[in-house]
Design a protein around this ligand. Structure first.
Ligand SMILES: [Zn+2]
Length: 165
């Protein structure tokens, strides 16, 4: 939904979370020097990225976050009411940015929802879907501006994840 990324902030977070989970990406030959690309996923977000892999895999999708160069950052998003963003350009990694204040007050299902929505953009390359039934959003890829309501609960979750993948 948002495509702007403050690269400087990302680099600062990259450095400040050096103790967090690092996923080592593919090694590439480059002028005879071996370049190993490190992809960063904040340790607070990592369990939800792992859930995304598990849910996709259980639905027959092969989920390879490294191949699509996915990273995950907890940052302070300055825009109001933005819980998460996916940003990528052809020359960079694909970054899922999650707002720290939102994250700190979110329930487990809310955390899963925002991560899965952003990975829906960043990994599955889906755009928004505001399909609805009786004013209930039928996709977690809804834009948030169409007026439909999303009831993402322990029981409705399975249907939403079937739709996502
Ligand atoms: Zn979105």
């Amino acid at each position: 939904m948002r495509n702007f990324i403050n690269l400087k902030n990302s680099l600062l977070f990259l450095l400040s979370f050096s103790a967090s989970l690092l996923i080592m990406g593919c090694a590439k030959e480059n002028n005879e020097n071996l370049v190993v690309e490190a992809l960063f996923i904040d340790e607070a977000l990592a369990p939800y990225f792992e859930r995304f892999i598990a849910e996709g895999t259980s639905r027959g999708e092969e989920i390879d976050l490294v191949a699509k160069r996915i990273e995950g950052f907890l940052i302070d998003i300055e825009e109001e009411n933005v819980a998460g963003q996916c940003s990528y350009s052809p020359s960079s990694t694909r970054k899922v940015n999650i707002d720290r204040a939102y994250w700190n007050s979110a329930t487990d299902l809310e955390k899963e929802l925002v991560i899965f929505h952003e990975l829906g953009h960043c990994y599955l390359e889906r755009s928004h879907s505001d399909a609805q039934e009786n004013r209930n959003c039928t996709s977690i890829m809804h834009s948030g501006t169409s007026g439909c309501r999303l009831r993402y609960t322990a029981t409705s979750r399975e249907d939403y994840l079937d739709e996502l993948f």
